[in-house]
Design a protein around this ligand. Structure first.
Ligand code: BG6
Length: 487
């Protein structure tokens, strides 16, 4: 007999990232981050994820010199900086047990290289954590979520330079010293694998600075992030006795388009590649086949014996991942493709898609849970999941979003099945429980929230918050610990 509800103490909640919500990009001593130069171009098709991503040194410098926020929606976010009490109160009203959020490195260290942190930045996050404590919302904090100091990117080509490890460790230690009394759960790098898909956003790499070494530089920067992740895991364990540190993977579940063996082989390799990033952080070493693959491709990684030890000795306590969609793989170059989360995959004929072409696949979430738990045998958390959609505000201000409810309901049922089959899933945070600026397209109109924010792509609007139908639906799911899913 299986229980009707989710496990007692299941961490229900939502997830946001500083660069997509805070705004206040130039207030109280904050420095420019890579997110602050991400543009929104209304004249291009923003359903193509790559539309705004031509990163060159010249374009970055030009954007950095622009003192307005007109074309840079991440500078505005949803003004969480000034609305955080109201937003946290709404999350508490929904019954959130947890909120995943990130700390903007540039609010604490404007260029990344200061010896001492910016006191105003520390004060802001302390106020946020105090309010969360008052509301009984457990924080899950990501140290790096697409917002490294732009100065480090321009000076060192971001994480390509080993010295950035020290800057990041200094930042993490300041976070632990100041927020450790409030925060138990820490994640090191958001979607560490995404460095291949958007090297600038994830690691501050400007392609023209790398020239012909771009691919090699990306792997070297990734290696530096792995080492930094291990070092800050160690520091958290030393400084915060109760701390639990997790890695964070973009789970890009891939199926063979057919059972033709080449399709199966390509798919297997794609999934091995996707898991490799968590493998390093959980097992403390690079998988042998990945090293061989790098060698075959002429990639030369500098890995010292000391770094190997650091990786081996400082593995994570739990595994987290984002899950939005799945895709297929095929040996047929003519197979139809469709966009996903910053990827282009083969279209699966059995699945529907969102308006942005992401294929909706609740069963893929269950398969991912089973696969990851079997592979790592560590507690799992889903720390991002949801669907971006265009919402309509009715004349009376209400927002009916049955498509969002359907999406979540189907995914929650699959989570429950996985738990009943033995997977140790300890928490779930939906992506963007309040509408926020899209990471991929910088749009506001690609909405994920249970809470609507009155703002458009150009920043027009009151920024007032209002509840969608899904707000009440999720509130009930949490209140009944999942029992309402059977209604
Ligand atoms: C995840 C990122 O990959 O996808 C988030 O961690 C992001 O930052 C989310 O917002 C959804 O993607 P998008 O492009 O729709 O915002």
């Amino acid at each position: 007999m299986t229980e009707q509800t989710f496990p007692k103490d299941f961490l229900w909640g939502g997830a946001i990232a500083a660069n997509q919500v805070e705004g206040a990009w130039n207030l109280d001593g904050k420095g420019l981050s890579v997110a602050d130069v991400a543009t929104f171009k209304p004249h291009v098709d923003n359903k193509d994820f790559s539309a705004h991503m031509t990163v060159t040194t010249e374009a970055v410098k030009e954007a950095a010199a622009d003192e307005t926020d007109t074309w840079y929606p991440k500078r505005r976010g949803i003004d969480f900086y000034h609305h955080f009490k109201e937003d946290l109160a709404l999350f508490a009203e929904m019954g959130f047990k947890t909120l995943r959020l990130s700390i903007a490195w540039t609010r604490l260290f404007p260029t990344g290289e200061e010896e001492e942190p910016n006191a105003a930045g520390i004060a802001f996050y302390k106020n946020v954590f105090k309010e969360m404590k008052r509301l009984n919302i457990e924080p899950i904090v990501t140290l790096s979520h697409y917002e490294m100091p732009l100065a480090l990117s321009l000076k060192y080509n971001g994480w390509v330079d080993r010295s950035v490890i020290n800057d990041f460790v200094r930042f993490a230690n300041v976070c632990y010293d100041n927020f450790g009394e409030y925060v138990r759960y820490w994640l090191t790098f958001n979607e560490i694998d995404s460095i291949h898909r958007h090297p600038f956003t994830t690691a501050g790499i400007i392609p023209d600075k790398s020239g012909t070494h771009l691919e090699n530089d990306i792997y070297q920067a990734l290696h530096h992030q792995f080492v930094a992740s291990a070092l800050v895991t160690k520091a958290a364990h030393e400084k915060i006795p109760e701390s639990q540190v997790g890695c964070m993977l973009t789970k890009l579940m891939t199926y063979p388009l057919t059972c033709e063996p080449t399709d199966v082989e390509l798919t297997l390799k794609k999934n091995l590649e996707n898991n490799f990033y968590a493998d390093v952080q959980v097992k403390g070493m690079y998988p042998k086949m990945i090293l061989k693959d790098l060698e075959n491709r002429g990639i030369k990684l500098k890995i010292t014996a000391e770094e190997r030890e650091i990786l081996k000795d400082n593995t994570v306590d739990f595994v987290t991942f984002s899950y939005y969609m799945s895709m297929a793989e095929s040996g047929d170059p003519k197979a139809e493709r469709t966009p996903g989360n910053t990827v282009l995959g083969v279209k699966n004929p059995y699945l529907p898609s969102t308006e942005w072409g992401w294929q909706i696949d609740p069963k893929g979430l269950k398969i991912s849970l089973i696969e990851l738990y079997d592979r790592y045998q560590l507690p799992l958390m889903i720390v991002e999941n949801g669907m971006g959609a265009v919402d309509t505000v009715e004349e009376d201000g209400s927002i009916h979003d049955p498509y969002r409810i359907d999406y979540f309901k189907a995914h929650f049922k699959q989570m429950k099945e996985a738990i009943d089959e033995g997977v140790d899933l300890i928490g779930y945070t939906s992506w963007g429980p309040i509408d926020l600026v899209s990471a991929g397209t910088s749009q506001m109109t690609k909405r994920y929230g249970f809470i609507h924010v009155d703002a458009d792509d150009e920043g027009n609007g009151t920024f007032d918050r209002s509840k969608k139908d899904s707000f009440y639906w999720y509130q009930k799911v949490i209140e009944t610990n999942g029992a309402s899913l059977d209604e």
